[in-house]
Design a protein around this ligand. Sequence first.
Ligand SMILES: [Zn+2]
Length: 292
Amino acid sequence: MNTLTRFAPSLTGYLHLGHVLHMIHVWGVARAQGGRVLSRIEDHDLARNRPEYEPAILADLQWLGFVPDLGISAENSPKPSNYRQSDCALHYEEALNFLVKKKKVYGCECSRKEILAKQSGGQGELCYSGTCAEKNLPLEGHTVRFRVPLGDIDFHDVALGDRRQTPATQCGDFSLRDRNGQWTYQFCCVCDDIRHGITLVVRGEDILDSTARQLQLFHALEYEPPHYYHHPLLTTDSGEKLSKRQRPESITQLREEGLLAEKIIGRAAFFGGLIPEPALLSAQAAGAMVKT
Ligand SMILES: [Zn+2]
């Protein structure tokens, strides 16, 4: 199989060390398999994303030496682009129409507050109980929800092994588009992976819980899903997740301070648990770690 994975930053801030660790995994796994990396911009959330971050992110990516084989890069970022979510609403509408024909979606009028009130425990993820499933509400002006099939989903994660998740009890019928017409991460991500022909999704363990529901979407859209590889996030010496406060500055800032790219890559590899600390002393060794 010809491996194709992707690097897909959102435009909610500058790249930071967590992104660099992610790049090491993405490019490392792709190159080790003789595969390619596609770069796309995940700016589906028009309220939170700022277009001005795009050139800064692409410039940092290029400066760090992680060069995508396909998609958007510092040297190739046309507007509109098939690799930028804010330019791709028609693709999402087309996929939604397919699900409408298959009767796999419905309109929901519940507010977040109402859903929370019905939720027992109130802990963890918002789980929708299906209040509007049979109301036959129009999709326009309402939240569009996906009818999540009941039952467990078993899948194999390349890094973590066999996993089982149950979207019906984790999140219930999740949203594909909100009442304002804003597409959601889950839906855009699956539509893009299909359109781009992604065969291996490499991403942080913080998104692990989304896997089974995305597999259900692939199934509903009648496409073969990719393989998944979830990697650990940045941690402190004692293995705890690095908090926002502990997290070093943006790559742009580190660059301005004169830190070399290989030093930054070495630092990310260390905080990501990929190399021991002494290796950090030698920028050469840290650089060599990622030249796969
Ligand atoms: Zn509802």
